[in-house]
Design a protein around this ligand. Structure first.
Ligand code: ZN
Ligand code: ZN
Length: 235
């Protein structure tokens, strides 16, 4: 990868929620493609447990509260393998998904279950209490017609801007120019659900390859850039 920059993707779903690949397959795919840092972010859902966007007709499939301990243990286990086999840092995370009021919140370096039915402020507070990072994903998705249910964070961005450590300036193929224009802290992620989604916007971070350095760089948001990762053009 570019010298001294880490190739990162912090928004990845596995078949522990609504992604297609198993965690092991995700690690191998990203490892083979030369990634430095990945954050796994399977959905945890409020009640009633429905995944509204894109999958509204499907059965809900997410990490249930009672499965959360096993979810984390599996991530820790794969994290060790990712490091040993690929030199890739795997950071446990979750997409805290409130479909009643329409907001998703990405947590990077989650350590304990967080109840998604709480207010945005309480969820972000819980994230920060764990020393984790709170990101507003796909903040004003809506142009494609299926994002109206997810507009809550953007509709209230004046109120929420200082709560979050960063906002997604790009999600998969979409660029959210308003995040850049407003000079919010930003990162870019794939919102990976299918293997083809690896070819999409990513974050580059200029920092050492460990969890605390990565979190500090997202918070400082100085050595951050975005990168369109494409087939055959990537490395
Ligand atoms: Zn989402
Ligand atoms: Zn997602």
């Amino acid at each position: 990868m570019v010298d001294n920059w880490l190739l990162c993707d912090f928004h990845i779903h596995t078949n522990n929620s609504d992604g297609e690949l198993s965690l092991q397959e995700v690690v191998d795919l990203y490892g083979r493609n030369g990634f430095d840092v990945i954050g796994i972010s399977d959905h945890i859902l409020d009640k009633p447990r429905l995944l509204m966007h894109r999958y509204k007709n499907e059965q809900p499939h997410a990490v249930e509260p009672e499965q959360f301990g096993d979810y984390l243990r599996t991530l820790w286990h794969e994290s060790r393998r990712a490091w040993e086999e690929y030199g890739m840092l795997l950071i446990p995370g979750a997409e805290i998904t409130n479909n009643t009021d329409g907001y998703h919140i990405l947590c990077i370096d989650i350590k304990e279950y967080i109840e998604p039915s709480q207010t945005v402020e309480k969820i972000v507070n819980d994230i920060h209490r764990q020393g984790a990072i709170a990101v507003a994903p796909h903040p004003h998705r809506g142009a494609d017609g299926n994002g109206d249910a997810l507009k809550h964070l953007w509709d209230n961005h004046e109120k929420h801007v200082h709560l979050f450590d960063a906002w997604e300036v790009a999600n998969r193929d979409d660029l959210f120019t308003a995040v850049g224009l407003k000079r919010f802290n930003y990162i870019a992620n794939s919102d990976f659900h299918h293997p083809r989604h690896i070819f999409s916007w990513k974050s580059l971070l200029r920092c050492r390859k460990n969890v605390e350095a990565v979190k500090a760089e997202i918070r400082n948001n100085v050595g951050v850039s975005i990168y369109l990762f494409r087939e055959d053009k990537a490395l």
